[in-house]
Design a protein around this ligand. Structure first.
Ligand SMILES: Cc1cc2nc3c(=O)[nH]c(=O)nc-3n(C[C@H](O)[C@H](O)[C@H](O)COP(=O)(O)OP(=O)(O)OC[C@H]3O[C@@H](n4cnc5c(N)ncnc54)[C@H](O)[C@@H]3O)c2cc1C
Length: 126
């Protein structure tokens, strides 16, 4: 979704095809964002919507050693606890604002590329 947003901002005609039926995410994946990710989202003006829903904490670490990054020279010298289902929901809102269509419940089965673009084959034959 971040790539789709970046491509849209660069003026590329982009769409997302997702084989999941909807935004629901089975199981757990990401539990949060690292400082650098928050910085990148800040550059795009969307960090605040993540910060508003998550919990700021010192989460950086190396192996089992916890690292306190509160003295790093960044506005976001912390990590953010936020489940991936919320991260994806907020990113879906961002790409929707950028008018990126998301086609749920369909599977990419192949694609071909030439100088004029990319043709994508979908499981439903479209
Ligand atoms: C247990 C776990 C914990 C994690 N914790 C963290 C964390 O704390 N912080 C963090 O930043 N990252 C974490 N990650 C990594 C993070 O989840 C991934 O980096 C991120 O989800 C990758 O995003 P993605 O869009 O590249 O891939 P995905 O999130 O895997 O998205 C790919 C999507 O493509 C769809 N798809 C696949 N093939 C097709 C097809 N042929 N046609 C249509 N759709 C298709 C899939 O259904 C899927 O929804 C964790 C991952 C796991 C598994």
């Amino acid at each position: 979704m971040v790539l789709a947003g970046e491509l849209a901002l660069a003026g590329v005609d982009v769409a997302i095809v997702e084989r999941r039926a909807n935004q629901d995410l089975p199981g757990t994946r990401a539990g949060g964002l690292q400082s650098r990710t928050i910085e990148v989202f800040d550059q795009r003006g969307i960090a605040d919507r993540f910060l508003a829903e998550g919990q700021v904490a010192q989460v950086a670490g190396f192996a089992v050693t916890r690292l306190d990054i509160s003295d790093l020279p960044t506005r976001h010298n912390y990590g953010l606890g936020l489940w991936q289902k919320h991260i994806e929901r907020l990113l879906a809102g961002w790409v929707a604002e950028l008018k990126v269509p998301v086609y749920y419940g369909n599977e990419v089965t192949g694609f071909s590329q030439d100088d004029t673009g990319v043709d994508v084959q979908l499981a439903d034959g479209r």
